[in-house]
Design a protein around this ligand. Sequence first.
Ligand code: ADP
Length: 612
Amino acid sequence: MAKTLANLVRLLKLTYPYRWSIALGLLCLLVATPATLFHPLVWRFIVDEVIGNRRHHLLLPALVIMVLVQLIGVALSSLRTYVLGRAGQRFVYDLRQALYGKLQDQSLLYHHDRRVGDTVARVIADVDTVQDAIRHGVDDVIANALQFLWVAGIIVGINPKVGTLTLLPMGVVGVMVWFFNIRIRGLYRRIRDRLGDLSAKLQENLVGMIIIKAFARELYELSRFSQENKRYYEESLKGELARSLYFPSVATVGFFSSVIMIGVGAYYIIQGQFTIGDLIAYRGYWWQLFSPVSALARVNELVQRCLAAASRIFEVLDAPVEVADEPGAVSVTDVSGHIVFEGVSFRYKDGPPVLREISLEVLPGQKVGVVGPSGAGKSTILGLTLRFLDPVEGRILVDGRDLRDLVQSDWRRHCAVVTQEPFLFNDTVENNIRYGRLDASPDEIRHAAALANAEEFIEKLPNGYQTVVGERGVKLSGGQKQRICIARAFLANPKVLLLDEATASVEPESEAIIQSALERLMEGRTTIIVSHRLSMVRNCDQILVIEGGKITERGTHEELMARLGWYSRMYLLQMGEVGVAVSLPSAPPPLPEPPTHRDDQPPPEIPDFTEG
Ligand code: ADP
């Protein structure tokens, strides 16, 4: 409860930048509300005075005044809707920007630990829900509360006895709202979480569609998607049940209020204490009394949904940034590329140590190869060098300064990375290369492409450099994508180059072309090469063998070959030498034959939505 209130207060505080628009909207509201409530008083005047007391000459002026006041009220209401609507849209725009900015500031570890689909649901669906509440909420709560107070004042003013009795059932609505809120508070948060799960499952399956199809697991995945979908459906259904009881109950209370009004009104007319004009005015006001009550009940439901969504949004905004710039971090405009690891140890969260006491010096322009079995911690060394991660012990120095004392983005601007999985944006070839340096001219982009051995194939693309590639563009081979990434790195002209299995997933016929482009790229730059292909690191000034997070061998190719350790064994194996002893795990017994029928795929459990 306290947390819900805190979230509500926080949401309201977030509207502070839009206070002037909100103030203007509220001013319009203050004036418009009595103006639009004026006409039943004129009806009463016409019935009791113009007709009852035969003051016929006042009929036309009364009608003109009624129309004028109504028109002013409508114009102000329209202005209010626009001004408050604009403030709401602006609020949501800023909230999404803040969310995206925060997500971008987060460490890569944060993103590894979270499901993309769930994060997308928070930024899109949860913000939309808050937007709904802001758009209808601020405006409706205040407009309806004001209207209710005005009308309540008028009807009590016309006749205190009839007015008070008519208002009595409205108190019951307050009790209903209270019960409803208790019932749905946790439920709405669960509904939002289930939507996040569903979105995560959808995202995962779309990305992994090739595996789903290749293993013919469509039915199996349909069933797993259906499970997530059903969880969301079932929670949502509970919400529908709560709503289906809540809204008709509010309407019934309104009906009783109307019955009391007619009954009590008629009684007092018979007693001579109430006029027919009074009753007609009451009839006019009753709807204006009840419609804000039912609107407030609706808004309350909207606010509860909004608070559930807001709690998920605040979780993103409040998550601590694990790798942040220190206060007073130094900006670096130039680096020489001198990198030192001093007794660096690392572990992920509470996991086992991944790197232990790594010490290493790379002089400017030197090349260091990092090799070793899979899972030994090689990529983690690159992550630490880029400061995607911070050492648990020891430190990393760049030109003699602790990496933690530098502005991260400044340091990374001097680095370029070529990874195993080349990533291209859904954009033109030219813009993908330009990502390395945004102010590069078309000539510089072509030059970078030529250095990356990419020019020839780019010119053969349907629209040359303007061809759209990436997710929805023309399909390129792994090697072609990698060469575009290398061109991007050329354009960035970094002092430090990090290669993470850069040739591992390219087709053999491209490997030599890519290797020659990479060698050109490495010239004069400090380079750390992680590769399981030892031919890639053979010419390095220094080669490290990492096993189980520790450096077990260190030296040049010749020195390591002479040691007859892991490196020399692997090198000879890769060169195709025979008779090299490699300790492979003994083969487990073969798996049993798979069944020939397809019973291993459970039929999807899909709820039956057919009526009857
Ligand atoms: P390599 O590049 O040598 O194959 P990595 O540096 O990628 O090895 O990984 C080293 C170890 O750290 C592995 O045991 C891996 O399981 C673990 N690891 C990698 N990334 C994470 C992560 N995000 N969270 C937890 N453990 C991780």
